[in-house]
Design a binder for this molecule. Structure first.
Ligand code: PMP
Length: 338
């Protein structure tokens, strides 16, 4: 039996297959309690051979130079992206590359940062970076940073860097023990939350550091009105009585993975709704998960010490997690069940 279909590579093919396949979740959900590896910590981002893209050139990371008088370094006025490359059954592929670079351009526009690159140029430059560093499973970090200007006005010019480093194909994160952060997400009327702005991540660092200090793996931040917003670097969903809920795109970064998750739910006919909800509602939830490009989908095992109603492997999130993995690897579902 062939493991792969001729139609492999299409998100919807994988989804249609799952829809018609028997739903024996326990049988195919490969769930392991492996060590945490989030591609961001305790690792080497570059070595003496690493090549990155900087302003149209491919240069050694160890020799790349930047100015110390840019607004990004001083004020956090810059934008960035996080993209994944996977070694798929059809070769090395960037997942949702166009969506990420379109968001980078939109972030620049929303912030009034002048930016000239086309999406196609950036996609091609990224594949070059992967090739020059012999990377397949990788995390890619495009960063738009500003030229020297210490005043509080838009810069005259910007630089684009695209770096990449190795990332385990599916960093199998064990379900997280999370808390509710004492830090709120920023006011969306202060800085638009739709833009992936460097300075907004001060809030994420404060929240993550607090959660770790309290002995948790991660946390949820509320918005100004006390409704659940998102994690420090990921969107949030919870399941209750067969329905999946997620906060509306107001005080959150409306993630590309969140959009993919909603698409998967619709295709699998899993009811999904956007709604405002308070953290108390989560104590009645059956399951919950975070999602982001880097994490993919990672379950929540407890909130403020209270375990979720269902084991992660029995949750709708586990089905979505496995489906997402098949989509990013351009695999057919049959590959998982054999
Ligand atoms: N929210 C925040 C605050 C994030 O930093 C991220 C990661 N970019 C996300 C959500 C998820 O976004 P995406 O799915 O596009 O990676």
């Amino acid at each position: 039996m062939s493991l792969f279909s001729e139609n492999r590579g299409s998100d919807d093919y994988v989804l249609n297959y799952i829809k018609t396949a028997p739903r024996d979740w326990g049988g195919f959900v490969l769930y392991g309690l492996l060590q945490t590896n989030d591609c961001f910590r305790s690792m080497e981002y570059y070595n003496s051979e690493t090549i990155l893209f900087l302003d149209g050139n491919f240069v050694k990371a160890s020799e790349a130079k930047t100015d110390l008088f840019g607004q990004t370094l001083h004020y956090g006025y810059g934008v960035f992206e996080g993209i994944r490359a996977y070694e798929t059954v059809n070769g090395t592929k960037l997942f949702k590359a166009h969506e990420h670079f379109e968001r980078l351009k939109r972030s620049c526009k929303l912030m009034g940062i002048p930016f000239e690159y086309s999406t196609e140029e950036m996609v091609q430059a990224t594949y070059q970076v992967l090739e020059r560093n012999s990377l397949s499973n990788a995390y890619i970090r495009p960063l738009v940073f500003c030229s020297p200007n210490m005043s509080l006005t838009a810069p005259n010019g910007v630089s684009l860097m695209i770096a990449a480093w190795e990332c385990e194909q599916h960093p199998t994160l064990k379900p997280s023990r999370i808390c509710i952060s004492s830090f709120q997400r920023p006011n969306p009327k202060a800085v638009t939350m739709e833009a992936k702005v460097c300075g907004l991540y001060v809030n994420s660092i404060l929240a993550t550091t607090e959660a770790k200090k309290r002995g948790f793996d991660d946390c949820l931040l509320l918005d100004l009105s006390g409704f659940v917003a998102e994690g420090p670097g990921a969107n949030f969903f919870y399941e209750k009585d067969g329905i999946i809920y997620t906060p509306p795109a107001e005080s959150i970064l409306p993630g590309i993975t969140r959009k993919t998750v909603i698409h998967i739910c619709r295709q699998l006919e899993l009811p999904v709704e956007e709604k405002y909800f308070r953290p108390e509602e989560l104590f009645e939830a059956d399951s919950a998960f975070f999602c982001s490009t880097m994490l993919e989908i990672v379950g929540v095992s407890s909130i403020e010490g209270q375990p979720m109603g269902l084991d992660w492997k029995d949750s709708m999130g586990a089905l979505i997690q496995e489906t997402y993995r098949n989509i990013v690897l351009e695999k057919s579902y049959s590959y998982v069940i054999v």
